[in-house]
Every structure is written in structure tokens, then in C-alpha cells.
Design a protein around this ligand. Structure first.
Ligand code: GRG
Length: 291
């Protein structure tokens, strides 16, 4: 399946989930505001591409892909709240709480997180004879929660405004806050396709290296990017004294580290031979990313 076809599937299904008439109308509007605000859909595209790479059924993996985008969007809504990063813009639009107020922004995040699990478990029940599908749900749960993104965000908060910072802590924050969901995306896609142990291990290694690459480029763009392309206020890392690759190593070394992570990510894909084209292109796009 082409990358365009996968993107179209994701958009249509997300729209359908958020149009569920059983969701209270105002809550559905607040949730849809952020989900449909035009993100890159990186995680769901990676999930479907991993499934496709392993000859899996992309349509069957679609609930997992939409769920991971909902979880990612909830994390952005909550991260933007005044009690966290206090951001005014996200995905090129005013942040959720700026439009709907903090109470509804919290609820929209809560709604997206719990709806994501409802969607994944409904699909898992429909595939009840396939334990690999449950492993896919488990991969998403671990990537999102106290063993992944939430743990990384907690460590990030603890280390804010700390004058000292070390490379080990920085890597731990990045691997969890950003990397865990990217790794979960490819692993869930691999499980949904019934991938064997070798394939899953390769996807884990790829996810870890790609997560690092993505976050280092994010750190660089926070210094060098422009608002129109990124759709969010930049320079926030420096003003919050956040521990980042640029703060710890400087721009040049951060760029070298991004290249090194790209090499590791390419190496992890070797087992997939010519079926890894989507991910090889993604690595190059990420090294050159402006948004
Ligand atoms: C609130 C539990 C909780 C977690 C927040 C995701 C996150 C953790 C914080 C967002 C802040 C941030 C800049 C994180 C690092 C990189 C990142 C995840 C950027 C946003 O992802 P993109 O670029 O966004 O894929 P789009 O909008 O394209 O989906």
C-alpha cells in the first residue's frame, strides 16, 4: 500500500472515530479540535508502514494507528497546559486550553487517552484468536505510560531549571518522553503483522535509534526552526532551562549525534532489505526536517 493511501486511511478513520454520536457533542468538538489540527501523523504512519513492511493487513492495524495518534494528541494537549509547558500555539493554532479553557483541555486529553484504549481493545476482542494483536496493544500501553512517555515527561519536569545535567539523564528523558511512543508505533505495527522475534527486535532497535534522531532534531529546531513551519512557539527549551542536546553539547555536536543516530536507525533496518524503503526515506526526511 502506498504512503498516500495509508495517510488517507488514517485521516478518514480518525474522523469517523471522532464523529461517534455517542460522545457528548462539546467534548467531541474539543477532542477533534486538536486531533484534526493538522499534525504530521508520524506515529500512525510508522505503525501502518511497519505492518505493511512485514506483509501484514494494514486495515486491521488501523485502530492501533488511530489510537496512537489520539494518545500522542492527548500528550500534546496536556503538555501545553499552564501547569506544564504553558504554550499558546500548537499545530499552527491556538492551544486547546486557549480556545476551550483548562477544564475542557484536561477532559479532552483524558477522553482521547481512554477512547484510544477502548478502540484498541474493541479491535483486540474482534481478533480474539490472535494473541499478537494483544501484544500490539501492550506495546502501545507501555510506550504511553509509566514505563514510557509519562515516565519521560516526569523526568523532564524534575530536571527543569537544574543547572547541572548529564548525557545519561538526557538520553533517558528522550528515550522515554519521545522515543517510547515512536518505538511503540513500529513494534505495534510489527506485532499486528504477526512479526517474528527477529523482526520485533529489529523494530525495537530502529525505534530507539529513530526516537533519538527525532528528538535531537526537535532540540535543534527549537533553536533554529521558524514558527510558521513548526506551528508552535520556539525557544521554549532555553527559556525553561530544559536539558537538551543543544544545551549539553552545542549545535554542531548535536548535529553529529543526529547523524550517528540516523546510522544506527539504518543499520537496524538491514534485516528488512528492500522492504524498508518507507523508513529509510523517513530517516532522510527527519535529518532534513523543518517542521
Ligand atoms: C503530558 C504525559 C505528557 C507527556 C507529554 C509529547 C510530550 C510528552 C510533550 C510534547 C513536547 C515535546 C516537544 C516533545 C518532544 C517531541 C515531540 C513529541 C514533538 C511533537 O511531535 P510531532 O512533531 O508533532 O510528531 P505533530 O504535531 O506533528 O503530531
Amino acid at each position: 500500500m502506498s504512503a498516500e493511501q495509508m495517510s488517507a486511511l488514517i485521516e478518514r478513520r480518525l474522523q469517523a472515530y471522532l464523529s461517534d454520536a455517542r460522545i457528548p457533542p462539546h467534548l467531541a468538538e474539543v477532542m477533534a479540535y486538536s486531533v484534526m489540527a493538522g499534525g504530521k501523523r508520524l506515529r500512525p504512519r510508522m505503525l501502518l508502514a511497519a505492518c505493511d513492511m512485514l506483509h501484514g493487513d494494514v486495515e486491521r492495524a488501523l485502530p492501533l494507528a488511530c489510537a496512537i495518534e489520539m494518545i500522542h494528541t492527548y500528550s500534546l494537549i496536556h503538555d501545553d497546559l499552564p501547569c506544564m509547558d504553558n504554550d499558546d500555539y500548537r499545530r499552527g493554532k491556538p492551544t486547546n486550553h486557549k480556545v476551550y479553557g483548562e477544564g475542557f483541555a484536561v477532559l479532552a486529553g483524558d477522553g482521547l487517552l481512554s477512547y484510544a484504549f477502548e478502540i484498541m481493545l474493541e479491535a483486540a476482542l474482534a481478533n480474539a484468536n490472535d494473541s499478537a494483536y494483544l501484544k500490539a496493544v501492550d506495546a502501545v500501553a507501555k510506550g504511553a505510560g509509566v514505563h514510557g512517555m509519562v515516565a519521560g515527561q516526569a523526568c523532564d519536569l524534575v530536571n527543569e531549571r537544574q543547572p547541572a545535567g548529564d548525557a545519561q539523564t538526557l538520553r533517558h528523558i528522550h528515550e522515554n518522553k519521545t522515543g517510547a511512543m515512536l518505538k511503540a508505533a513500529v513494534c505495534a505495527g510489527g506485532y499486528a503483522a504477526g512479526g517474528d522475534e527477529t523482526a520485533i527486535r529489529a523494530l525495537e532497535d530502529f525505534g530507539t535509534a529513530y526516537g533519538l534522531l527525532f528528538q535531537i532534531t526537535d532540540d535543534i529546531l527549537d533553536v533554529e526552526g521558524d514558527f510558521a513551519r513548526m506551528g508552535k512557539t520556539l525557544g521554549k527549551d532555553a527559556s525553561a532551562d530544559k536539558l537538551t542536546y543543544v544545551r549539553l553539547f552545542g549545535l554542531e555536536t548535536a548535529r553529529e549525534k543526529a547523524q550517528a543516530a540516523a546510522c544506527d536507525a539504518r543499520a537496524a533496518l538491514a534485516v528488512f532489505e528492500d522492504r524498508a524503503a518507507f523508513f529509510l526515506a523517513l530517516i532522510d526526511q527527519t535529518l532534513a526536517r523543518k517542521s
